[in-house]
Design a protein around this ligand. Structure first.
Ligand code: F0G
Length: 392
């Protein structure tokens, strides 16, 4: 069953209905009754990943999967973990949502799918669409999509359209053309089935280490923060966990419509038409899921934090030196965490999970420039290595 988060209108699940027919509000898929069979011991008989929790996902005729989810939870401190979503099949958390939404679409006979994207949604959607035998259209902000993501969309056969302007305008275009009349199925995070898949990130954290005190994550279009909150809330509601974490939503200075407004105690975002940040994945001025995000932040006694591009790059480098390669948007979790720790909002005793949403390979241009030491021949290479070793 789908329910409008604004006016409460309820309707039968229909893949083609993406927003409330009554008021245009955001829809959420609601599980009315607790599925009887569910327990951790049942889940654990299955492979770790999105479909481990299939009783809590929409029922689909055929699962379109690439083995998503089940990503490493890497311990980087006494009470600090990184959920490494870069380990998903296309290198970002989007795959969790796509496996579910594309499976739902396939069951309804969808042939063509479309999304606006800062890159990762496009990469993920085109991979899953190809796997399902569908054609994909992606609309991107020209000049602001990282190289690796574009390469993926091309590799998976997407029809790529670029616009002059930010992600938000690309999404306006996609929303206008998608629907049953054109047969184009919309796969942005407005799509409630995407959220259903993405909520499994929360399930996996509980499955592995229980409920942490904090979950820190980047916020762009605000689908993921809503999804993660839904995941934690459902587990508590169904008696599979006892408590809830607090959420910390991180945005970049030049693209912080939610973080800024929430910090100032406002009820609506401070939209901007010209977002700017090196973290192109979250270069978004008018996040469509803002109402769900505000709810998640309020219900979780959450906080928001704003980090500069420099802090993001510094955090990316620090994670790199711990063996974790993440793209800039993902490093904002760590940058935000360091700030919140310094300000005493998060305490050292707190158990914290940082969500690292996408892989470093997505955006090779954001990594330090490569400055190799030239050697004339193998002998010269050996000499140069010896010299460095001797220098200590
Ligand atoms: N991190 C990365 C790496 C992302 O690609 C995105 C969103 C986010 C964080 C923010 O997630 O939008 O659910 O708040 N990328 C979208 C895209 C917008 O088109 O790939 P969100």
């Amino acid at each position: 069953m789908l329910k409008c988060i604004q006016c409460g209108y309820e309707l039968e699940a229909d893949p083609w209905v993406i927003s409330c027919p009554k008021c245009g509000g955001l829809l959420s898929s609601e599980i009315k009754r607790r599925p009887l069979a569910i327990s951790w011991s049942l889940f654990r008989t299955r492979r770790l990943g999105v479909w481990r929790y299939r009783e809590l996902l929409p029922r689909v005729r055929e699962v379109v999967t690439l083995g998503e989810g089940g990503t490493p939870l890497v311990k980087i401190g006494e009470r600090l973990w990184v959920k490494f979503e870069g380990a998903n099949p296309t290198g970002s958390f989007k795959d969790r949502g796509m496996t579910v939404a594309i499976s739902v679409a396939k069951g309804s006979g969808v042939k063509n799918v479309i999304c606006a994207s800062t890159g990762n949604t496009a990469a993920s959607m085109s991979a899953y669409a190809s796997r399902a035998g569908m054609r994909s259209f992606v609309v991107l902000p020209k000049g602001n999509v990282a190289r690796g993501k574009l390469a993926q969309a091309a590799l998976h056969g997407a029809i790529i359209i670029e616009i002059d302007g930010p992600f938000d305008l690309a999404l306006d275009a996609v929303k206008e053309i998608a629907g049953p009349e054109t047969g184009l199925y919309l796969l942005n995070s407005l799509n409630p089935w995407r959220i259903e898949g993405q909520k499994t990130l929360a399930y996996e954290i509980i499955d592995e280490i229980g409920v942490p005190d904090w979950v820190v994550l980047p916020v762009g279009n605000a689908g993921n923060i809503s999804a993660i909150w839904k995941g934690f809330s459902e587990m508590k509601r169904f008696g599979l966990s006892k408590r809830l974490p607090r959420l910390a939503g991180i945005q970049a200075e030049g693209a912080s419509p939610i973080a800024k407004a929430f910090k100032e105690g406002r009820d609506v975002p401070l939209f901007t038409d010209d977002p700017e940040t090196v973290a192109t994945a979250i270069r978004i001025g008018r996040p469509v899921n803002w109402a769900k995000a505000f709810r998640a932040l309020k219900e979780s006694s959450g906080v928001t934090e704003i980090v500069s591009d420099q802090e993001i790059i510094d955090a990316q480098r620090k994670l790199g030196r711990m063996g974790l390669g993440v793209e800039p948007a993902s490093a904002s979790s760590y940058a935000g965490y360091l700030r919140l720790l310094e300000d005493g909002v998060i305490e050292r005793e707190d158990r914290v999970v940082l969500v690292a949403t996408g892989h470093a390979l997505k955006d090779p241009d954001s990594s330090p420039s490569v400055r190799p030491i030239s050697a004339l021949n193998p002998r010269d290479a050996i000499d140069k290595i010896r010299r460095i070793l001797n220098e200590g």
